[in-house]
Write a protein that binds this ligand. Structure first.
Ligand code: ATP
Ligand code: FE
Length: 372
């Protein structure tokens, strides 16, 4: 079995070829970091254009690096949601073009399920059911994974995701955003005192598994302003030593509280999950923010404390990538869940069935699950 995976849901154009046994034959990512740095974010239209410019080359390179051609593939997997429709459309269009020309089945993949399931490529012993924390730029999910496509959502964010808080804080601190705000802030935090600034831990009064990062973000902004740190005008590279230390202290204090919030909600989720299914042995942590070393270490403590084994994919499989799409495609394909190749006369400008908003499983709250 050979699966091509294509991912264009957000701001990275990615493709990969993965073999049925989980061997990664190629992995290509083209990111829009220049746009991010220049504009401070990506508008859907700009992102769509960047994907459209990159997609052919990225897919071709994934095939070339794997030393295969389209006709060697068993099927094509592509992210169909959640994400920006304009962006998703670019990937789906490419996938269908290939599938149409080479008569290949198509597997539509849920981006967040892919973040979770890539852990099964990494650890072949990892069976369902397991608990997963998925932390990225747009999502902050705690789910109980019962099986392929079967998830119960224990918690989500009521406002921002942790990755968004990292990104904004990094920007406000005047960090170099070229490698992404998260990694830059993690780096600077190493120089700071994590107890220097007293940020409030969010949502302590809510005894559930939901998250909130908007308030912490505001606290960071206020901490910068109240110390008169000139981060808006002076990048960290030109800051005086004293200024740099102040910024590092804010970064370290932010990170401590941001991750403490994760730990507290995860501890409760473990308790909920074990009550629902005492056979759970694994705790999966994935998504872009899971590439953070401090996050990994902290959540490993939670796992150990509860006799669970932490599975955290290597950093390049935590951030958006084509491997997780190809792998999740393989899992569904093997289970018989895929679509037939597109009709030979399918028009190029067809309206595809995209799922920009696609919840990962039903919601659960204190003993009752609520179907949407
Ligand atoms: P989503 O998966 O919700 O659609 P996304 O696809 O944009 O969002 P990912 O690539 O999964 O996001 O994750 C990107 C996020 O991870 C960004 O917010 C980025 O700052 C964050 N991130 C990446 N590396 C680190 C790190 N070392 N520390 C903290 N955050 C990080
Ligand atoms: Fe993602």
């Amino acid at each position: 079995l050979l699966m091509l995976g294509i991912e264009t849901s957000c701001d990275d154009t990615a493709a990969a070829v993965v073999r049925g046994d989980g061997e990664i034959l190629s992995q290509v990512v083209s990111s829009q970091e220049d746009l991010l740095v220049k504009w401070g974010g990506v508008s859907p239209k700009m992102a769509e254009e960047a994907h459209a410019l990159a997609i052919d080359q990225v897919v071709q390179k994934a095939l070339d690096d794997a030393n295969v051609s389209e006709s060697d593939l068993s099927a094509v997997a592509v992210t169909v949601g959640p994400g920006l429709s304009l962006c998703l459309r670019v990937g789906v269009h490419k996938a269908r073009q290939i599938a149409k020309a080479f008569r290949l089945p198509i597997v539509g993949v849920h981006h967040m399920e892919a973040h979770a399931l890539v852990s099964r490529l990494v650890n072949k012993d990892l069976d369902f059911p397991f608990l997963a924390l998925l932390i990225s730029g747009g999502h902050n999910l705690l789910v109980l994974a019962h099986g392929l496509g079967q998830y119960v959502q224990l918690g989500t964010t009521i406002d921002d995701a942790i990755g968004e808080a990292y990104d904004k804080s990094a920007r406000w601190l005047g960090l170099d955003m070229r490698k992404g705000g998260g990694p830059a802030l993690e780096q600077l935090a190493l120089e700071g005192d994590p107890n220097a600034v007293e940020f409030r831990v969010p949502m302590r009064q809510h005894k559930d598994c939901n998250f909130s990062y908007a308030g912490l973000k505001t606290q960071v902004r206020l901490a910068i302003e109240s110390r008169n740190i000139p981060a808006d005008e002076i990048p960290i590279s030109s800051a005086t030593e004293e200024d740099r230390q102040l910024r590092a202290n804010i970064a370290a204090s932010f990170q401590r509280v941001a991750v403490l919030h994760l730990e507290e909600r995860c501890q409760r989720a473990v308790e909920w999950a074990l009550k629902m299914d005492s056979s759970i042995k694994y705790f999966v942590v994935s998504g872009g923010v899971a590439s953070n070393q401090y996050v990994r270490t902290s959540l490993n403590h939670i796992a150990e404390k509860n006799d669970l084994q932490l599975v955290c994919p290597p950093p390049r499989l935590c951030t958006d990538n084509g491997v997780m799409i190809a792998w999740t495609g393989l899992e569904h394909f093997i289970a018989g869940r895929f679509d037939d190749p597109p009709a030979v006369d399918e028009p190029d400008d067809m309206q595809y069935d995209l799922r920009p908003r696609w919840p990962l499983g039903e919601e659960y709250s204190e003993g009752r699950s609520v179907a949407r």
